[in-house]
Write a protein that binds this ligand. Structure first.
Ligand SMILES: NC(=O)c1ccc[n+]([C@@H]2O[C@H](COP(=O)([O-])OP(=O)(O)OC[C@H]3O[C@@H](n4cnc5c(N)ncnc54)[C@H](O)[C@@H]3O)[C@@H](O)[C@H]2O)c1
Length: 255
C-alpha cells in the first residue's frame, strides 16, 4: 500500500507522536481522521492538516465511543486502511509509593486506556477493514500499536505502563495471525525516548540525562522519525506480527 493512498485513523492525534503521524500522512497526500479526548487541540490539529482532515472526539477506553467514532471516520474516509494507535498515558508511580500502596483503580485506568483502548480500536477498525476490496497483494489494511521499550526494560515506577506496553507487543502476533486471511497486518512500534509533550513535563536536566543514555544518535527521538517508520511499515507488506524497536540502541536502566 502506498502512503498517498492511506485512509488513516490516528488515535491520540492531537499531540506528540500521533500528531506527527497525522501530519506526515497528510503531507504525503493520504487522508486522516484524528481521534482524541482533547477537543480543542484535536480540532486545531485537524484544521492545521488542511484538506478534508477531520477530528472526532473519542475516549478510546469507551467501547461505545470507539465504535461510534470509527463509524464516523469510515463515513468520512470510505475505506479505512490504516489505524495508528497513539492514544496513551504515562501512568507512572511506585507500587509502594510515598503516599502508600498504589490504588488498584490507578493501575486499572492505565490498562483501560493504553491496552484495552488499543484493543477496542483494533477491533472496530478491523471489522471495517475486512470489507475493503483487496489490493494486488491481497492487502486490506494495517493496525499499528505504539508499544514502548518499557515493554522490555521497564523502570522502577513503570509497573502499570510496562504491563500495558508489553500487552500491546504480546497482542501483535495473535492479531496478525487471526487477520492474515483477511489481508490485515498488525505491527507494533516500540519507541525509546521521543521529544513530545510527555517529555516537556520534565526538566531540561532530566531530558538531557535521558538523551545522554542513548548510544546513537545521542538525542531524543524526533516525532517525525516515528511517523516515517509508520509510513514505511504501511508500504512494506512483509512487515507483520512484529514489534520494532525505534530507540537508537537505548536499553533502559532500572531508574
Ligand atoms: N514520547 C515518548 O518518548 C514515548 C515513548 C514510548 C512510547 N510512547 C507512547 O506513544 C504514545 C503517544 O505518546 P506521546 O509522547 O505522543 O504523548 P502525548 O501526551 O503527546 O499524546 C498522547 C495523546 O493521547 C491522547 N489521549 C490520552 N488518553 C486518551 C484517551 N483515553 N482517549 C483518546 N485519546 C487519549 C492525549 O489527549 C494526547 O493527545 C503513547 O501511547 C505513549 O505511551 C511515547
Amino acid at each position: 500500500m502506498k502512503i498517498q493512498d492511506a485512509r488513516a485513523v490516528v488515535t491520540g492525534g492531537a499531540s506528540g507522536l500521533g500528531n506527527a503521524v497525522a501530519r506526515h500522512i497528510s503531507s504525503q497526500g493520504g487522508r486522516v481522521v484524528i481521534l482524541d479526548v482533547q477537543e480543542g487541540p484535536g480540532r486545531a490539529a485537524a484544521a492545521a492538516l488542511g484538506g478534508d482532515a477531520s477530528f472526532v472526539r473519542c475516549d478510546v477506553a469507551s467501547e461505545a465511543e470507539v465504535n461510534a467514532a470509527m463509524d464516523s471516520a469510515q463515513a468520512r474516509l470510505r475505506g479505512i486502511n490504516l489505524l495508528v494507535n497513539c492514544a496513551g498515558v504515562v501512568g507512572a508511580g511506585r507500587v509502594l509509593g510515598k503516599n502508600g500502596p498504589m490504588a488498584g483503580e490507578f493501575f486499572t485506568k492505565v490498562v483501560h486506556i493504553n491496552l484495552i483502548g488499543t484493543f477496542l480500536c483494533d477491533k472496530a477498525a478491523a471489522a471495517i477493514m475486512q470489507n475493503n476490496a483487496p489490493n494486488a497483494d491481497g492487502e486490506r489494511g494495517l493496525l499499528i500499536h505504539t508499544s514502548s521499550v518499557a515493554a522490555f526494560e521497564g523502570q522502577i515506577g513503570q509497573a502499570a505502563y510496562s504491563a500495558t506496553k508489553a500487552g500491546l507487543a504480546g497482542m501483535t502476533l495473535p492479531l496478525a495471525r487471526e487477520f492474515a486471511r483477511l489481508g490485515i497486518r498488525c505491527v507494533s512500534i516500540a519507541p525509546g525516548i521521543f521529544h513530545t509533550a510527555m517529555m516537556d513535563a520534565m526538566s531540561p536536566e532530566v531530558r538531557d540525562s535521558l538523551a545522554s543514555q542513548i548510544p546513537f544518535p545521542a538525542r531524543l527521538g524526533r516525532p517525525e522519525e516515528f511517523a516515517q517508520l509508520v509510513a514505511a511499515v504501511f508500504e512494506i507488506p512483509m512487515l507483520n506480527g512484529e514489534t520494532i524497536r525505534l530507540d537508537g540502541a537505548l536499553r533502559m536502566q532500572p531508574k
